[in-house]
Design a protein around this ligand. Structure first.
Ligand code: ATP
Length: 686
């Protein structure tokens, strides 16, 4: 028997393809199927055993192409939601308002009804079709393949694909072709198979979600901090186990409970539920200080808070720093890596390259961030020792009690906690190579004496040891302090100074070679963003005006900041960080030892401002909280006439200019880095 033939006529190509695929998968084995779409154009007269229209709207457009014999054999398919993609809807949070977008009102309401029948009733559907008068602006739209009709305010379009031909129409097709008898069973089997497939997909999706939740839980429990998320009513949405430890409560932070049932501290409750986004406070529980930070996620109406044990956090940072300092690094840089064509830097490179070929110790002087380590590394790589190790230690970052054992190593049992078998110190590890001693001005008299001996004798003795170990190490020391001045005040040994400064290089501050800034900027951009990144000329001009008290390091950090905040691939003027980002004069003055007026003096009442900063500095270093009242009393004792309101006004002024932060609650007022630097600088200047 000849195979029967049907023709599908759809409005759009997309619908045609979807329906054709559906028809093929159900009845394609025993019926030949042709298809057309109005938007693709029809170019022939259509003659078929049955013509199926995707909707009544197609009829007038299709009519001229229907063969006389076929005009009586037309049916419009009834269409239903495309269940293949229903799972997309299940991932929208329950209760969400979503637009349902389609081309005409009728199909919109019809589809919403169908979705409800299918049990999708966790969403509130708002009907939308072109021409509708007013509609609530919501962010998500769901549409059966008509996404282009969604209004502009919609942020996310979930396309569940064109609607499919429903089962009654499928059956009808077979009936009209006189084929229902034999095929009805097969059809329903196929239909069932599809539904089962969908079920499987949903199960898989649920499993995936479960896996994700499990991973998330591991992460939540793995972090060191306490994590809590509540809605604005205080209902707990997420909480990790650390919270119970921090609050020392037997009551678990169970999801769904209200935090008021668990947390009794009124100040904390007020902070969590009412303070603005980004606020933080310091909480004290049984003398343990906890830093609490809060964020507000507006879209989800969620408050998220983290609880960090301050002492623990500092200890971790200290440990990390120690590791970092101990980590031996190979000399990475050569003279080619030192950027800059100014006469002064070229000259320094020339001198350093000459010094490299000798075996004598070198002292590099220069402000912080001028590239002292870079030069040390380049010198090493240009010397006969280049095949040996290049190791560095930064004394300003190394805790005093570790310096001796780091430099000279120790024997087993030298002190509690000493490693079995003892440990080699940096001098032994750098044998045959170069040892870079950064911030040499920071070492204690005791270490100065030991270091001097090592430099004279070229041998060391480990801590707790008796054996003398010869070492062959070239020392390059660096300092950002004025060692001559330190010698005068008895803080640095003159004999050691001369041992270290057999040869020396003094690196110029960046502000004295501003012509290098452009080259450095381009170099750092290249290093960070090899793709085409542009920087506006105006920005470079502005950067050339700064004083760069933190020198090349500060310029590098500033560029990293700008690369992180800039939009697209251009760095513009508004990407330059605000004033408080830049380093103040401290290091420059400690090196050069001169005094100038500063910002504080320009604010007026400077002696009172200094007084307040000084008191806060001292109190801070002793962990004492200072209120306005105590400040007023201290002021009186020192002969200032400062009332509490005046103190408040002065403190506001200092906060405005970034010297201190007044935080709520028990944290009290703290000095910022800038504030601390100001006090230290004032002390330095006497
Ligand atoms: N001329 C330069 N060319 C390229 N990069 C530079 C140059 N000078 C400094 N840098 C970069 O700036 C940063 C600071 O340099 P480096 O660590 O050598 O300074 P430093 O003087 O040893 O600082 P500190 O005294 O604070 O330890 C590094 O990332 C370094 O690579």
């Amino acid at each position: 028997m000849l195979m029967k033939e049907i023709t599908l006529i759809a409005g759009t190509e997309e619908t045609r393809k979807t329906l054709l695929e559906q028809l093929r998968s159900y009845i394609g084995e025993y019926i030949r199927i042709k298809s057309y779409a109005i938007d693709e154009g029809i170019e022939e007269i259509i003659k078929s055993d049955l013509i199926i229209l995707s909707s009544d709207l197609v009829y007038p457009e299709a009519l001229p192409y229907l063969h006389e014999d076929s005009k009586q054999r037309v049916m419009t398919a009834r269409r239903t939601i495309n269940y293949h993609y229903i799972d997309k809807l299940l991932f929208i949070p329950p209760g969400s308002e979503v637009l349902f977008v389609n081309d005409v009102a009728e199909t919109v309401f019809d589809s919403i009804g169908k979705l409800k029948e299918l049990g999708i009733n966790h969403l509130k559907f708002i009907p939308y079709y072109p021409g509708i008068k007013s509609v609530k602006p919501v962010k998500i739209a769901v549409t059966p393949g008509e996404g282009d009709k969604a209004p502009e305010f919609v942020e996310e379009i979930i396309d569940i694909g064109p609607r499919l031909i429903d089962m009654t129409s499928m059956t009808e097709i077979l009936k009209r072709l006189d084929m229902l008898e034999g095929k009805a069973h097969e059809l329903s089997q196929k239909y069932l198979a599809k539904i089962i497939q969908l079920g499987q997909r949903l199960v898989e999706a649920t499993q995936e979600t479960n896996r994700f939740n499990k991973n998330l839980k591991t992460v939540l429990e793995g972090v060191n901090d306490g994590l809590l998320s509540v809605d604005t009513y205080g209902e707990i949405k997420v909480a990790n186990g650390n919270l119970e430890k921090i609050f020392q409560t037997a009551m678990p932070f169970t999801m769904g409970k209200n935090i008021r049932q668990i947390i009794k501290n009124k100040e904390l409750l007020h902070f969590l539920l009412n303070d603005p986004d980004g606020a933080n406070m310091i909480l004290s529980i049984d003398n343990v200080e906890i830093l609490v930070k809060k964020f507000y996620i507006k879209e989800e109406n969620l408050i998220v808070a983290t609880f960090k044990n301050i002492k623990e956090a500092l200890e971790i940072e200290r440990q990390l720093r120690r590791e970092l300092i101990k980590r031996g690094h190979i000399g990475k840089y050569t003279f080619e890596d030192i950027v800059g064509s100014s006469e002064s830097i070229k000259n320094k490179k020339r001198i350093a390259a000459k010094l490299a070929s000798s075996e004598l110790n070198i002292l590099i002087e220069g402000e912080s961030g001028t590239g002292k380590e870079l030069f040390a590394s380049a010198i090493h790589n240009c010397s006969v020792r280049r095949g040996g190790p290049f190791l560095g230690v930064n004394f300003s970052a190394l805790p005093e009690d570790l310096v001796e054992s780091e430099l000279f190593g120790y024997e087993e049992g030298a002190f509690t906690g000493a490693r079995k078998g003892g440990k080699k110190g940096l001098f032994e590890q750098a044998n045959g190579g170069t040892l870079f001693l950064d911030e040499i001005g920071d070492i204690s008299p005791k270490i100065q004496a030991r270091l001097l001996r090592v430099l004279q004798e070229k041998e060391i003795m480990r801590v707790g040891g008796t054996e003398i170990i010869p070492v062959d190490v070239r020392v390059i020391a660096a300092t950002n302090k004025n060692l001559m001045e330190m010698i005068e005040t008895g803080k640095f040994r003159q004999d050691l100074y001369h041992r270290l400064k057999v040869l020396y290089v003094q690196l110029p501050p960046l502000r004295e070679r501003k012509e290098d800034i452009r080259e450095l900027v381009n170099y750092f951009i290249q290093q960070n963003e090899p793709r085409s990144m542009r920087i506006e000329e105006e920005v470079i001009q502005r950067l050339m005006h700064y004083n760069w008290y933190g020198n090349v390091r500060e310029l590098k950090n500033t560029l990293e900041y700008m690369l992180a905040v800039c939009e697209g691939d251009v760095i513009r003027i508004h990407d330059i960080p605000e004033k408080s980002f830049f380093q103040v004069k401290l290091t420059a003055e400690s090196f050069q030892g001169y005094k100038e007026t500063n910002e504080l003096e320009e604010l007026g009442n400077s002696s009172e401002l200094y007084f307040i900063l000084r008191q806060l500095y001292t109190a801070g270093s002793q962990n004492i909280l200072l209120g306005r009242k105590q400040l007023a009393e201290l002021a009186k004792a020192e002969g200032y006439t400062l009332t509490e309101p005046q103190i408040r006004q002065r403190m506001n002024l200092l906060e405005e200019h970034g010297y201190l932060i007044k935080s709520k609650g028990r944290a009290g007022t703290r000095l910022t880095r800038k504030g601390k630097q100001m006090v230290e600088q004032e002390r330095l200047n006497g």
